[in-house]
Design a protein around this ligand. Structure first.
Ligand code: AG3
Length: 267
């Protein structure tokens, strides 16, 4: 195999691969490749989840933006995130407890063995891993400061995490929820579903980042809950540990183009 291709609307993202390291069919089809130029790559159900080349951008943006908006995030729930990238970033802050709820334990097992992007985070004493559907877990869990949804696309296994009832329950289980929210350009239907259902939180914001190996690079995140604050002084703690996130990036991520503002206002 020469190229891995993820197709959208008569176009596609092509990534040259050297070899397939592993393929496992669990709840999902999990593949890990060695690519020509982007390091290792995790693909789930045919969709690129991360490459070593740009995963830091996605994980830093999913984590540090909400962490710097919450007044004092000590207890964090990660839903999905079985590769450990989100966990790695959360642990850069002074947190006391992180629960990672992953529906597919094979993602954790294969990521630990082959990807190793957690950089030891899976061994951290503050971590508890729960193998369960995040949708079910939020029904009975205690309240967290922050919930981060680091899932696959809202189809198949992840679909329950993007339903109306998930947001309704999650609202009482955190101060702030931040979810990866797909491409607002090429996956507008999926993005809008998240935007629509997150309305139960009251206040919401969208922010953007550029993730080169996701569908056409422009990626959205939806922040919901108590989202109006910002504690820039806390950046000093993580400054030397991040490569992408900084205070300018934080502020500019909320600058939305005209077409996207229009889309949001219509909902
Ligand atoms: N989760 C969001 C990736 C979605 C990519 N979608 C796609 N390629 N169609 C990333 C998981 C990494 N922790």
């Amino acid at each position: 195999m020469e190229w891995f291709v993820e197709k959208y609307d008569g176009s596609g993202i092509m990534i040259k691969v050297k070899k397939k390291i592993v393929e496992v069919q669990s709840l999902q089809k999990i593949e890990i490749y060695e690519t020509e130029n982007f390091g290792k790559m995790l693909v789930i159900d045919g969709k690129v989840q991360l490459t070593e080349f740009d995963e830091f951008i996605y994980h830093e943006m999913l984590v540090h933006v909400p962490m710097m908006i919450h007044r004092d995030p000590r207890e964090v729930l990660i839903i999905g995130g079985g590769d450990g990238g989100t966990l790695r970033e959360v642990l850069k802050h002074d947190v006391e407890k992180v629960v990672l709820v992953e529906i597919d334990e094979k993602v954790v097992e294969l990521s630990k063995k082959y990807l190793k992007i957690d950089h030891g985070a899976f061994e951290d004493k503050r971590l508890e891993i729960v193998v369960e559907d995040g949708r079910d877990y939020v029904n009975y869990c205690k309240k967290f400061d922050l919930i981060l949804v680091d899932s696959t696309d809202p189809v198949g296994v992840s679909d329950p995490l993007f339903g109306k009832d998930f947001f309704e329950v999650a609202k009482d289980k955190c101060d702030i929820l931040c979810t990866q929210a797909q491409s607002p350009l090429i996956q507008r239907d999926l993005f809008l579903k998240i935007w629509k259902f997150s309305k139960v939180f009251g206040k919401r914001k969208v922010y953007l980042s550029t993730i080169p190996t996701y569908p056409f690079a422009l990626w959205a995140f939806v922040l919901a809950g108590d989202v109006d604050n910002f504690y820039p002084e806390r950046f000093e703690k993580i400054r030397k540990k991040v490569r992408h996130y900084n205070l300018d990036v934080h502020r500019s991520a909320f600058s939305l183009p005209g077409w996207l503002r229009d889309v949001l206002e219509q909902r």
